[in-house]
Design a binder for this molecule. Structure first.
Ligand SMILES: Cc1ncc(COP(=O)(O)O)c(C=O)c1O
Length: 369
């Protein structure tokens, strides 16, 4: 078979649910020379990535590192390390990723109960209160920004309830980290994971996770081995810690990319970035309303970096998205599950959270709907 033609991907404006626009500095860092994964020069990058991740997660946790793999690897890391067969777990489900958490936890042998809300609405802390009053859960898990619906969940309130009942709180900050406050220590989040390809403006490939000492202690006290060799934190900790015991070969170039992405985020400042995401979200809502496109989520629970708008009745959802690709090189996201065909999801994440992007999308949509 002859070799395939050289890859020549189109230059898209990524305004979907992720991956988001990659910052040019991050893209450039991907072509830096590859060194060995135990080269002192790389060990320094690992240490700096851990230190900068602590800053972005707003935590003093010792364990903060990027797992090799995408956001789902972070999700699995948290569940496989914390859950032993038979453990009781409570999961908030009001979208696609809460549903995925249930699947992952069940595969670990957890007895899963759920607190549910309609897709497009937020989880109600009162439901957590009621569930926690009835039964003791080892772990309670919640998605902060539910990417499938554009809803931001009340993590702080749920955290208070979880700790009143002596459970552990696990938060998915895949879409929120960098684009909205995720205050791991202040909100008493015990375990948190994210990804690189949303508000950190990096390609997909790593999944930052952080565990506090209470969670680490639980992992240490396990009676059974973590069922995933690759995601076993007791070994990965020794690779990222001072022992430098080989576990797997860290993806060197992706760690360079994360390094630059974190530098970009911290140079801007977290507060400034959160503010920028809020402002651009405000401009987006105003521009869409001029086109009679309405937000699908109530104002008080909107995640600013992932914007759900209703597809008008007489408009063909898929056709509009295809024409955005073909005629404008713009990607936006479709609805998932019960929201398929009903909403568009517009990601204004990281480097992509710019008024210019909102204006270009509004101009394109004006011609298409
Ligand atoms: C909230 C949330 N959690 C988990 C994931 C899974 O991440 P990945 O697709 O990087 O594996 C995603 C992906 O979009 C997500 O939005």
């Amino acid at each position: 078979m002859p070799a395939a033609p050289k890859n020549n991907p189109p230059l898209r404006r990524l305004l979907g649910p992720g991956p988001s626009a990659v910052n040019p500095r991050v893209l450039e860092s991907l072509s830096l020379p590859v060194v060995g994964h135990l080269d002192p020069a790389f060990l320094q990058i690992m240490d700096q990535n851990m230190a900068m991740l602590r800053e972005v997660f707003q935590t003093k946790n010792r364990l903060a590192l990027p797992m090799s793999g995408t956001g789902s690897a972070g999700m699995e890391t948290c569940f496989v390390n914390l859950i032993e067969p038979g453990d009781a777990v409570l999961i908030g489900v009001n979208g696609f990723f809460g549903t995925r958490m249930v699947d992952v936890a069940q595969r670990c042998g957890a007895q899963v109960d759920t607190v549910e809300a309609q897709w497009g609405t937020a989880l109600d802390p009162a439901q957590f209160r009621a569930a926690l009053a009835k039964k003791h859960y080892k772990l309670v898990a919640i998605v902060h920004a539910e990417t499938s619906t554009g809803v931001l969940q009340p993590v702080e309130e749920v955290s208070r309830l979880v700790h009143e009942h002596d459970s552990l709180l696990l938060v998915d900050a895949v879409t929120s980290l960098g684009g909205a406050p995720v205050r791991v220590d202040e909100w008493a989040i015990d375990v948190c994971y994210s990804c690189t390809q949303k508000c950190l403006s990096c390609p997909p490939g790593l999944s930052p996770v952080t565990f506090n000492e209470r969670a680490v202690e639980l992992v240490r006290k396990r009676k059974t081995k973590v069922q995933s060799w690759y995601l076993d934190l007791s070994m990965i900790e020794k690779y990222w810690g001072s022992e430098r015991v080989y576990h797997h070969t860290a993806p060197i170039s992706m760690n360079y990319a994360l390094h630059e992405a974190l530098r970009v985020a911290l140079e801007e400042g977290l507060e400034a970035s959160w503010q920028r995401h809020r402002e651009v979200h405000g401009v987006f809502v105003r521009e869409m309303r001029k086109l009679e496109l309405e937000p699908a989520v109530a104002e008080s629970i909107r995640a600013p970096m992932i914007n759900a708008i209703r597809v008008p009745e007489n408009v063909d959802d898929a056709k509009v998205r295809q024409r955005l690709y073909d005629e404008f090189n713009i990607e936006i996201g479709a609805g998932l599950g019960p929201l398929k065909g009903k909403i568009w999801r517009v990601g204004l994440m990281g480097d992509g959270a710019r008024v210019e992007n909102v204006e270009l999308l509004a101009k394109a949509l004006r011609q298409l709907i």
